[in-house]
Design a protein around this ligand. Structure first.
Ligand SMILES: NC(=O)c1ccc[n+]([C@@H]2O[C@H](COP(=O)([O-])OP(=O)(O)OC[C@H]3O[C@@H](n4cnc5c(N)ncnc54)[C@H](O)[C@@H]3O)[C@@H](O)[C@H]2O)c1
Length: 205
């Protein structure tokens, strides 16, 4: 039975995961591994040569955060909104989606950061991998979701997010990123900020 539902990948910016309860929201705020900041697109391409994920990826954020990010690169910060798919940096190849995250972070002053990512060993949803089905089974096995649940629409939404977040963290122990297929495009979660090579920061206009 297919487990596809709107819950499969609800990274729609209109979704409000509220308060970060489904992820540790972890990541230190002082001793993070720092990445390099803004570089040319050519350099970013060079530094990600051989990656298993070659699309340009975007990240919407506030103006203040974008300044720090372009200076010294992404860092694992405390989560602002809650992380539905575990502890990593969240990116999307879709402009509309990144724009919404930027607006949510800073209204009209939000910024969109374009990067290339180095992923040697990502977990890729699709083909033989089915993230939704695996997270559902994982949730049941770990007692997060009731054994009687028949589909991912059965558990309370917080329990479903807890399952997806914890399952993604399990995957991130063995993979350097997780790529989840959405309705419109991928959701990319990168484990280590130093895998991200930034080449452009622009405003919403
Ligand atoms: N922001 C996006 O473009 C984006 C893309 C896909 C999905 N999401 C969704 O949003 C949720 C995660 O939200 P998030 O992206 O706000 O991350 P988050 O909640 O993990 O918050 C971390 C914040 O730290 C900021 N940050 C990173 N490095 C920094 C640095 N060096 N200096 C200052 N700030 C820095 C990020 O921009 C982000 O705002 C996920 O649940 C996911 O579903 C967001």
């Amino acid at each position: 039975m297919a487990l596809v539902s709107f819950r499969t990948i609800n990274y729609n910016p209109n979704h409000d995961p509220s308060s970060g309860e489904f992820s540790s929201g972890g990541g230190s705020s002082s001793k993070e591994k720092s990445t390099s900041g803004l570089m040319s697109k050519k350099q970013a391409e060079l530094e990600t040569k051989g990656t298993k994920y070659s699309k340009v990826v975007l990240h919407g954020t506030s103006e203040a955060a974008s300044k720090d990010i372009s200076k010294s690169g992404f860092k694992m910060m405390k989560s602002q909104t809650g992380r539905q798919y575990g502890d990593g940096i969240y990116l999307t190849p879709m402009m509309d989606s990144a724009r919404e995250y930027a607006k949510m972070a800073d209204n009209a002053k939000g910024k969109i950061i374009s990067s290339k990512v180095m992923m040697k060993n990502p977990y890729m949803d699709g083909g033989k991998n089915d993230f939704t089905k695996e997270a559902f089974e994982y949730g049941k096995k770990m007692g997060i979701i009731k054994k009687s649940a028949k589909s991912i629409d059965d558990p309370p939404i917080k329990k479903w997010y807890e399952a997806t977040s914890k399952y993604s963290n399990e995957l991130l122990k063995e993979h350097d990123g997780v790529v989840i297929k959405g309705y419109f495009d991928d959701l990319v979660i990168v484990k280590d900020p130093s895998q991200i090579k930034i080449f452009e920061v622009k405003g919403l206009k």
